[in-house]
Design a protein around this ligand. Structure first.
Ligand code: DHE
Length: 551
């Protein structure tokens, strides 16, 4: 079936390229746009922009210049074909079937009229992105519970360190679950299609960031956690982190937070207690490779807080520049910019918490930043389109290894991070069973002998509904975890509990979504949470592990 789909994609594409359009563009007086034979009204443009923003912009860019996915420009960019040349038939083939490189098939998720509309939208010029300045951000700031009205100690006897914040993606909600008892403590309305959560350095607060750039600050001290402040940082965003440094240059625990914007391309620093915005810094600029090209859409991808210095590592996708942002003067932060590789995406620390390992997924490389010394340490070639999440740190006879999985192939690459022969090279590779990549995340824990790898975006449903488990000492594939009876969908994102003896996985994009909890020692299913409030769960963040960068 899958082979048939791939062949039919190629045939449709060839057919489409054979029937080139005439390409004159006209803008009508009603705001409608006509390019060659393709017309789109102003209302359709608005609807299509919203679908594109929700489903496509993350990989292809809001200005459609490409990033993890190829560019989608009417006249092409010299590397990828013009969408006008692909035409409606060719574009439809990709949208409906996806690609083996990790683009999901949207047939069945997008409706037929939505797909048809997108094929036209992609053949006309993309709409411009408006600015979002400090004054606009301030207007969105909503301090719901002022600091002096918040409790000064937890109002319960629970272990906050083993709380999980769980994202219900499509519902725009975050559930707070007590990891010890598995009780749901609250389901809170947050931003649209929430992307990630990060806890404050003390573990008291969770900050969520929605795809719509809305930050929600959740207080875990009340018996029922509540949202205490909100603000909008961008129109489109993916990352947020807190200040974690406590040392000779000051105590910054729970002092500031930073949020990265995809659009506009900027980061904003806020007071971590109130979410009052303090400064906005644009990230547009020259690319890492010296190309004399000013890159306007320079989106902020992953952000991580250093434990050893008052710094955030801010990874700018399109320019391939890593910014080390010193927050000791948050109104005007000092930034060290390190040229690396395009396009930067996600990453995590090595086991010593010193080197940040970030995927440059258009270059098939992992960039290693020595954070305390503020310099590029190494660039390591790995498989096709690395996508580690925060990666996984394991330790065995080869030493300390940090691992990444891949969107573009089924490899897991292990990079040696401690001193000795092979340091900063791939010293081992294993493969997940079955063709193609589609892996988004992998995870381990210092107390575990297992490494768990998902295959979420693999087009084959027998693979995307499974998670592969490897033994970290022998590198042997020990089990394929399958969705249990009564649950369906794709398995995505793995998170350990505080003790490191339990693994939580989400089943999403299916009719019966759920949270699955496994015993990490026996690999047996311990619990399925699939109550009414469980709606398309994605990321899960254990307070202790996320504060301490344990993965
Ligand atoms: Fe993510 C992390 C961007 C699609 C779930 N995702 C990240 C990070 C970035 C990013 C930059 C790193 C944040 C950090 O550490 O500061 N993600 C993008 C995209 O641009 C992309 C490819 C397309 C899009 O339109 O957003 C994308 N991501 C997805 C999904 O489809 C997932 C599976 C579900 C969803 O939210 O739509 C998804 N991304 C996640 C999760 C993390 C993440 C759960 C955090 C992983 C962790 O363990 O820290």
């Amino acid at each position: 079936m899958k082979k048939f789909q791939t062949i039919s994609t190629v045939i449709l594409l060839l057919l489409a390229i054979g029937c080139k359009n005439k390409n004159e563009k006209q803008a009508t007086q009603t705001g409608a746009v006509q390019t060659g034979g393709v017309a789109i009204t102003a209302t359709e443009m608005e609807t299509a922009s919203a679908i594109y923003f929700d489903r496509c912009a993350g990989c292809h860019g809001a200005t459609r210049k490409g990033a993890t996915g190829p560019s989608l420009l009417p006249d092409g960019d010299g590397k990828y074909p013009a969408t006008k040349v692909l035409g409606s038939v060719g574009l439809r083939a990709f949208i409906e079937n996806g690609t083996p490189n990790g683009m999901p098939e949207w047939r069945g998720i997008l409706s037929e009229p939505e797909i048809e509309l997108l094929t036209r939208f992609l053949q006309v010029e993309p709409p411009a992105i408006p600015p979002l300045e400090m004054a606009d951000i301030k207007k969105t700031w909503n301090l719901i519970v002022p600091v002096e009205q918040r409790p000064t100690a937890p109002q319960h006897k629970r272990n906050i360190n083993n709380y999980f914040g769980v994202i219900m993606r499509d519902a725009g909600k975050v559930a707070i679950i007590d990891g010890d008892t598995k009780e749901k403590l609250a389901v809170l309305k947050t931003g649209f299609a929430v992307h990630i959560l990060r806890p404050s350095a003390s573990g008291r607060y969770f900050y969520s960031i929605g795809r719509d750039g809305k930050i929600s600050m959740i207080d875990l001290y009340p018996a029922e956690p509540v949202v205490v402040a909100e603000v909008k940082t961008a129109f489109d965003a993916r990352s947020v982190d807190v200040s974690k440094y406590n040392g000779d240059k000051g105590n910054f625990l729970d002092k500031y937070i930073i949020a990265g914007g995809y659009n506009p391309s900027q980061f904003v620093i806020f007071d971590a207690q109130t979410l009052e915005p303090l400064s906005v810094t644009k990230t547009s600029g020259e690319a890492c490779d010296g190309a004399k090209e000013f890159i306007e859409e320079a989106r902020v991808a992953s952000i991580v807080a250093s434990h050893t210095d008052p710094l955030w590592v801010v990874n700018v996708k399109e320019t391939g520049m890593v910014w080390l942002v010193d927050y000791t003067n948050p109104q005007s932060p000092n930034c060290t910019k390190i040229p690396t590789e395009r396009f930067l995406h996600d990453g995590g620390f090595d086991a010593d918490g010193k080197n940040f390992m970030v995927a440059a997924n258009a270059s098939d490389k992992i960039v290693v930043i020595d954070v305390p010394n503020k310099k590029l340490n190494k660039i390591v070639k790995v498989g096709s389109k690395p996508h580690p999440g925060r990666g996984a740190n394991i330790k065995n006879s080869l030493g300390k290894l940090w691992a990444t999985c891949h969107l573009g192939d089924n490899r897991v690459s292990f990079i040696k991070t401690d001193e000795g022969t092979g340091q900063w090279t791939v010293v081992k590779e294993v493969t997940c069973p079955g063709n193609g990549g589609g892996s988004l995340f992998l995870k381990s824990h210092p107390k575990s002998k297992h490494l768990w790898v998902d295959r979420t975006l693999n087009p084959d449903s027998t693979l995307n509904s499974c998670v592969d488990v490897f033994d970290v000492n022998t590198f042997k594939h020990v089990k394929k975890i399958k969705t249990p009876e009564g649950v369906n969908g794709r398995l995505v994102h793995i998170e350990y509990n505080q003790k490191g003896d339990e693994v939580w996985i989400s089943a999403f994009m299916g009719k019966q979504s759920a949270l699955l909890i496994y015993d990490d020692r026996t690999l047996a299913l311990k619990k399925v949470i699939k109550d009414d409030w469980v709606e398309n769960p994605t990321g899960k963040f254990n307070v202790y592990n996320t504060v301490h960068d344990i993965y």
